[in-house]
Design a protein around this ligand. Sequence first.
Ligand SMILES: CN(C)CCCNS(=O)(=O)c1cccc(Nc2nc(OCC3CCCCC3)c3[nH]cnc3n2)c1
Length: 288
Amino acid sequence: EEAEKDEYELLEAIGSGSFGVIRKVRRKADGRILARKEIDYRKMSTQEKEQLVAEVNILKDLKHPNIVEFLERVIDRENCFIYILMEYCEGGDLASVIQRHKENRVPVPEEFVWELMTQLIMALHECHYGVIVDPETKKTTPRPILHRDLKPDNVFLDAKKNVKLGDFGLSRTLNNPQKAFAQTYVGTPYYMSPELISSSLYDARSDIWSLGCVVFEMCALQPPFLADTLPQLTAKIKLGSVRALPSSYSPELNQIIREMLQVDPRRRPTTKELLAIHKIMNIGIQLE
Ligand SMILES: CN(C)CCCNS(=O)(=O)c1cccc(Nc2nc(OCC3CCCCC3)c3[nH]cnc3n2)c1
């Protein structure tokens, strides 16, 4: 799938991160606007390159209306770049939405918070409980994918205000050291021990913690745990005491956030349990 380079017209850069630049591009064939992540792999070790290939292969199969769509990978061997083509989210990131509400002192409406939370729960559900179906045998294999980096900067909105969970896993390849259990499974976990599976659930539940932080921040317009130094922050997080949301938000919303922000991961709801909650289920059905 090595398309020639002049298939895309380069537009302005959207932003940059540790991996390189993300740029708006127009696909010449049909004029569709896409986001292209440009990764310079010259400086990458073999292991990092293998990891990047494995993560890209996983992103390729991850198709869900609330996950930023991965379209294509283009390798530019001449300049040692990998281009990752993804859907462009013209509503920008949630960090900017929260910032705007904070500056204008306007609370995010509660129904928008429920919509956003519902769509993120559905996106995480696809990651945590997604399966790979073998085309021949129709056999399904669990394909647990852990986001590990859920934050307002990684959540985007499309033109219709649909929520899109940003590309993920790549950051682990590009700049975070590989965590012992935050493992993305490739292939069939035949030999994976129960405790390793449960710890992957453990990690899945750390995505639920992050979701709780994002939803809290949408309401309070600041994260649940703030501190001036890292040791103070980690102490607050381990204590896990969460202040109440601004009074305009309902007791149900306060409750669901508290459940997601339980210090003990086993006490946090899974996406399955969250989807069963009456209000989430109703919104989820409307959204389908
Ligand atoms: C960090 N932000 C507060 C300001 C930076 C720039 N504004 S913004 O709020 O992201 C913004 C504004 C308008 C459109 C879009 N659309 C968009 N952005 C992506 O990534 C942004 C990138 C992620 C890594 C860090 C740098 C920025 C996409 N990835 C796949 N599809 C994408 N669509 C984003």
